[in-house]
Design a binder for this molecule. Structure first.
Ligand SMILES: *Cc1c(COP(=O)(O)O)cnc(C)c1O
Length: 432
């Protein structure tokens, strides 16, 4: 028994043997999904007939896999041996000293193999595909982060991988295209209509619908039709589970607040799930406020969205009266999504999670402070969560602690940030 005992611990097995045991840890009514993937009125599977059957097959296979000890053992082994779990907690001493107030502590998902949290769920998806007897995984990617994480997992597990990208993104994301190809993935450039992410989604779905016996469609966040919001949550829940145990071991207490950025919502859901029953822990999701609150200048789905249907799920979405998604912007390409995971929509409705926004300027400031005071270059996505912690810390007492999920590292963003700040690649001083 720990000094600070929490009621939520009673229901939890110390050493889970299956994914179900590891993730069915939410005892509070309403905070867990139903067996058919409903989160209150959100979620579900809103699909054309040719996709309904294949998606049901995935749901049935996953429902079994999450109770299989061998499936869990393999997933846990790969997380440990390849991804490097558990990454440490890092207390931010210099930044916290400068701010005054609460201490900020990072969960370092940026130290994972491939540099972000996405590998946690792409590995799980690849393992499920192999278990289902599929030969390949297929997906779309915008900036390329999901594509690289999925190509990595496919190589590791021994599957073919096919990534669809809008032709404009293929041109823009050259390094990630090269990475995917080096990892053995086939990259498909979609030259239709706007040549953007939307066309890539349709193109990948077309391939999947034509050959569901060959492929698993691997979704990149807690979004899309059932079972993906639940399944991706389960694969990401390791983040909060580890952080909660690390926090208790180190401080003998839980954090006062857990902060994570929200695009589709997978890293936030991963960080929050273990804390849902801890009513005294504030959970805060941070959306991209972008340049302004005008349509097309932000991606504040939680704070500005309306009930709608997008990408096979009922959720909050930024769209017009006809259901056409609005254009969105964020300084972080991983956050510019006009929908959001249905469980987040439910948490907002129930008031369990606070959803707030940080704009591009605050994010750039957070990026620089973390770099100069702590020696960490964060992903611009993750810098949204850091920006909120910087705002929150001075409002809380010095005996308080804020846990920030640092979802990824910023190597991918350094050229963009340097250009934005007017910092050139030239030396500061020349000696001859
Ligand atoms: C993709 C990405 C995100 C956004 O995705 P979520 O599903 O909202 O977590 C956040 N951080 C990083 C580093 C990413 O690569």
């Amino acid at each position: 028994m720990t000094l600070h005992h929490h009621p939520a611990d009673d229901a939890r097995p110390a050493e889970p043997r299956t994914l179900a045991e590891a993730t069915d840890l939410v005892a509070t009514p309403d905070l867990a999904p139903s067996a058919d993937g409903m989160f209150g009125t959100y979620g579900g599977a809103v699909l054309p007939p040719q996709l309904a059957g294949p998606m049901r097959e995935v749901a049935e296979a996953y429902a079994q896999a999450r109770h299989d000890p061998e499936f869990y053992a393999e997933y846990a082994r790969l997380l440990r041996d390849v991804v490097g779990h558990p990454p440490p907690l890092t207390p931010l001493e210099r930044l916290s000293d400068e701010l005054g107030g609460a201490r900020i502590v990072l969960k370092r998902e940026d130290l994972n193999h491939t540099g972000a949290h996405k590998i946690n769920h792409t590995l799980g998806e690849a393992l499920l595909a192999r278990r289902m007897g599929k030969r390949a995984v297929v997906a779309e990617t915008g900036a390329g982060q999901h594509g690289v994480a999925l190509a990595t997992a496919a190589a590791l597990v021994g599957l073919d991988c096919e990534i669809h990208m809008g032709a404009i993104d293929v041109a823009k994301q050259h390094p990630n295209v090269v990475r995917m190809r080096l990892l053995g993935a086939k990259v498909v450039s979609v030259e239709k209509e706007d040549r953007s992410l939307k066309e890539a989604v349709d193109s990948a779905f077309e391939v999947y619908a034509a050959h569901p016996e060959r492929y698993l469609f691997a979704i990149g966040s807690v979004v899309g039709p059932h079972p993906f919001p639940t399944m991706v949550r389960d694969f990401q829940a390791v983040v909060g589970r580890e952080a909660r145990a690390q926090f208790q071991a180190r401080y003998g207490a839980l954090p006062d607040a857990v902060v994570a950025c929200v695009g589709g919502g997978s890293n936030a859901m991963g960080a929050f799930t273990a804390f849902l029953d801890d009513a005294d822990v504030r959970l805060i999701g941070v959306e991209p406020g972008g340049r302004s609150d005008a349509t097309g200048e932000h991606a504040m789905t939680m704070t500005r969205g309306m009930d709608g249907v997008i990408h096979g799920m009922a959720t909050l979405a930024l769209q017009d009266g006809e259901g056409v998604p609005d254009p969105v912007h964020s300084i972080a390409s991983g956050l510019d999504y006009p929908g959001v995971g249905p469980q987040h929509a439910r948490f907002a409705q129930l008031g369990r999670v606070e959803y707030v926004a940080e704009d591009d300027a605050a994010v750039l400031d957070a990026f620089q402070r973390l770099a100069r005071l702590e020696g960490i270059l964060p992903a611009l996505e993750s810098a949204h969560a850091v920006a909120r912690a910087i705002r929150l810390a001075p409002q809380l007492g010095a005996d308080r602690r804020i846990l920030v999920n640092l979802s990824g590292r910023g190597d991918k963003d350094v050229d963009f940030v340097a250009r934005t700040l007017g910092l050139t690649g030239e030396a500061d001083e020349v000696v001859r």
